[in-house]
Design a binder for this molecule. Structure first.
Ligand SMILES: [Zn+2]
Length: 267
């Protein structure tokens, strides 16, 4: 089986994970900028992280013949300090021409605070000014519905943003329609404990169809599974989905969205 992992935080995974995902048929891996498990104390910490995402991690993936791409931003968990966020946003443009940079992400909201919303708007403006794709993180649990509504409104209100160039990730049953209806893409995150299980993701595909939809593991430093996408593909097969339908969801859909950035290429 060939597939794309469109959302993985490989800086916090061991090299053995690269071996496993390559053996499972992964053709490209994409890494949005995210929280490190602790707050970085200065803009310099982000500068180093962006170097890691644009220079070092592609080399580590390259040892397995796996193309590695990334997205840049200050993530919503660290967006409470607006001054730091402004400083970080100011250094992003110098990285945007990097050969593996796909766009701005994962931006969004965490606690739906006023400061997070301000930083979200700054990121959307940055993406619009530099004609970048956008990848959005949505809040968890009780904050998700409200946060998704706020995010969709910010994106819809900026007339420079084309919905087909935005993917909103971590959708669940109660938010997927909010994202698909205005023409944006939706990501389903397969987590062992929270977010979305393989069974729930397949249920959503069966209800909402497989247009403008992808699946990812979002594996990071927490409890997560770098093989969640191929495992869910197997689960789909067991449920009677055709090979073509599975391939559309795990390979062709992400390739179609990501290829809107001309730098994206499969291995
Ligand atoms: Zn993530």
């Amino acid at each position: 089986m060939k597939y794309i992992e469109p959302h993985a935080h490989m800086v916090s995974r061991v090299t053995d994970d690269y071996v496993k995902i390559t053996m499972a048929g992964c053709q490209a891996i994409c890494e949005p900028a995210f929280w490190a498990g602790f707050d970085r104390s200065s803009v310099q910490g982000f500068f180093d992280y962006f170097c890691q995402l644009t220079e070092h991690e592609p080399k580590r993936a390259g040892k397995f013949g796996l193309p590695h791409f990334c997205w840049l931003c200050i993530n919503p968990k660290e967006a409470e300090d607006v001054k730091l966020a402004e400083e970080v946003i100011a250094i992003i443009p110098k990285f945007l021409d990097g050969p593996n940079v796909l766009g701005i992400g994962e931006i969004g909201l965490n606690k739906n605070s006023r400061n997070e919303l301000k930083v979200l708007e700054l990121h959307v403006d940055l993406a619009a000014r530099h004609d970048q794709l956008i990848l959005v993180h949505t809040p968890h649990l009780e904050d998700k519905l409200k946060g998704t509504r706020l995010i969709v409104d910010v994106l819809k209100n900026d007339k420079r943003i084309r919905p087909e160039r935005v993917i909103i990730d971590h959708v669940e049953e109660h938010t997927i329609k909010l994202v698909l209806d205005p023409g944006m893409w939706a990501g389903m995150t397969l987590y062992p404990e929270s977010k979305c299980t393989p069974a729930r993701a397949i249920d959503m595909v069966e209800v909402y169809g497989n247009e403008r939809l992808w699946m990812n593991s979002a594996c990071d430093w927490g409890i997560s599974d770098p093989l969640a996408v191929p495992k869910t593909a197997l689960e789909m097969k067991k449920r009677g989905h055709t090979v073509d339908a599975i391939e559309k969801l795990v390979l062709q859909n992400p390739a179609r969205f990501l290829s809107q950035c001309p730098k994206f290429k499969l291995g």
